[in-house]
Write a protein that binds this ligand. Structure first.
Ligand code: 5AD
Ligand code: SF4
Length: 470
């Protein structure tokens, strides 16, 4: 048994990471032929991307996917720790698995991902969810075949959670969930240590993939006919700083744009290290989508300082203006947390002022959630839940008005949209514009999924637009 140690996870140290290749043993291939797995993924795009690898490993082992969890032989949850509700959802699902396991004791239940990196979660499972066979974290996905074998052979709870990140593993298999859009990891982990955030503890220190490995993956996606890639990192702006003196995110983005992929997106960007080079590259290449996710978290300098965000409201706004003035037609989205410890009404009103200035195209708004082991969790002056909820509601009203106001400006304009499918609800094609707006649209001619078409906007809603192909 190997349990996580959050002090070790949170320690700052310098390590040089090596890269090694993943190889499945010949004996492992199809070892579980005829068995099925159910995998549920919570959380961010990183987790979705990890799940694409979990699926590929399981399928190489001979498993096939079963969408109905009551019928599967292996039940796996790839979990998220970012807020309490993600945590509660995973435990809720474990509760359902428990009933199933009582009826079918032979099934294997596993939990992986970010929650596995939390000692309190592992302890809770050891105490109250003894039926869970397998726990592994974010740093040893490549060990799934061995861990699974041990869990099956010993029929006891196997826990292997590494507190520190390992070397980078290249060549892990992947079965992508979309035929036209793909995620490409460029950097793992986060060193920013925002005081509210659990990610540096669950995902480890920043480790960039080598540029050759990234560009090789991008090239193979272009060759396979992919139309859009989203470059992923907890903070993509930190790319390369651990590896190269003069090759950072701007340079990488430029090389990715030159690969010929029709669309490039990236997320997430921390405002602290968003460079002029990045702005220059984004505005120069038409295939880099003019859509930037720039989390602000708060509009109060006092709260930003308590959050450890490394910028002020003024420097955020300066960057915001620079982006708006230099990237034609850019849309900017953000993340905002309300009810951080010590947030007074006047701090919240400063956030509202910032929102009124920025008029974001999209905003993900959250109630502050205490995460065990983070510095903010030890702060006094917790804000009562009714106040947090009230602020969220007031904030949402304002941000939603701006979504609609921005969308109204798009009426009768023409937007390029990647055709992704036909929505069941509306019986219309759907896809996203270059600026990442959800568009439902009709066409006189039948369209191919994966095409990029020009759509004229005919109707506007808060969270989507309707249109027809020109
Ligand atoms: N409570 C609430 N929201 C959080 N986020 C991160 N940690 C917390 C927390 N403890 C939000 C931030 C981040 C987004 C991914 O989740 O806004 O940008
Ligand atoms: Fe959730 Fe963060 Fe882990 Fe993503 S990295 S799954 S958001 S805790």
């Amino acid at each position: 048994m190997l349990l996580p140690d959050q002090r070790e996870e949170g320690s700052v140290y310098k390590k040089i990471y090596k890269t090694r290749d993943f190889k499945l043993k010949d004996d492992d291939i199809n070892r579980y032929s005829g068995k099925t797995f159910f995998l549920k993924t919570y959380g961010c795009q990183m987790n979705e991307r990890d799940s694409e690898t979990l699926v590929a490993i399981l399928e190489s082992l001979g498993f096939s996917e079963e969408k109905d969890y009551t019928k599967a032989d292996l039940l796996l949850l790839n979990t998220c720790s970012i807020r309490e509700n993600a945590h509660n959802k995973a435990f809720g699902m474990l509760g359902r698995f428990k009933h199933l396991k009582e009826k079918r004791p032979e099934i294997i239940v596993g939990l992986c991902g970010c929650m596995a990196q939390e000692l309190n979660v592992c302890e809770e499972i050891m105490k109250n969810y003894k039926f869970v066979n397998l726990i592994f974290g974010t740093h040893n996905i490549d060990r799934l075949p061995e861990l699974l074998d041990e869990a099956v052979a010993k029929n006891s709870q196997q826990i292997e959670v590494l507190s520190r990140e390992e070397d980078l593993v290249e060549g892990m298999p992947v079965i992508r969930s979309n035929k036209y859009k793909a995620y490409v990891n460029i950097i793992y982990g986060c060193d920013k240590f925002c005081t509210y955030c659990i990610v540096p503890y669950t995902r480890g220190r920043e480790r960039s993939r080598k540029k050759e490995d990234i560009l090789k993956e991008v090239k193979s996606l272009v060759d396979d006919g992919y139309k859009e890639i989203t470059v992923l990192g907890q903070n993509v702006n930190a790319y390369g700083k651990d590896l190269y003196d003069d090759y950072h995110f701007g340079e990488l983005l430029e090389d990715i744009a030159k690969s010929g992929i029709p669309r490039v997106r990236f997320m997430t960007s921390h405002p602290w290290d968003f460079t002029d080079k990045m702005i220059e590259v984004i505005s120069k290449y038409p295939n880099i989508m003019p859509s930037i996710h720039l989390p602000v978290q708060s509009g109060s300098n006092r709260i930003l300082k308590l959050m450890g965000r490394r910028y002020t409201k003024e420097s955020y706004l300066e960057l915001f203006d620079k982006i708006k003035n230099n990237i034609p037609g850019v849309s900017v989205s953000t993340d905002i947390i309300v009810g951080f410890p010590g947030e007074e009404e006047e701090d919240f009103l400063e956030t509202m002022d910032l929102v009124n200035y920025c008029k974001f195209d999209n905003a993900f708004t959250f109630i502050y959630s205490e995460r065990v082991g983070t510095p903010a969790c030890k702060l006094k002056n917790n804000i009562p839940m009714e106040v947090r909820e009230d602020r969220l509601q007031r904030l949402n009203e304002v941000v939603n008005n701006y979504f609609l106001e921005n969308n109204n400006k798009l009426l009768n304009t023409e937007l390029p949209v990647l055709v992704e499918g036909i929505s069941d609800k509306k019986n219309m094609y759907y896809g996203y514009s270059d600026t990442n707006k959800l568009i439902n649209f009709t066409s006189d001619n039948e369209l191919n999924l994966g095409d990029i078409v020009n759509v004229v906007i005919t109707e506007v809603h808060t969270w989507s637009l309707d249109g027809r192909v020109k």
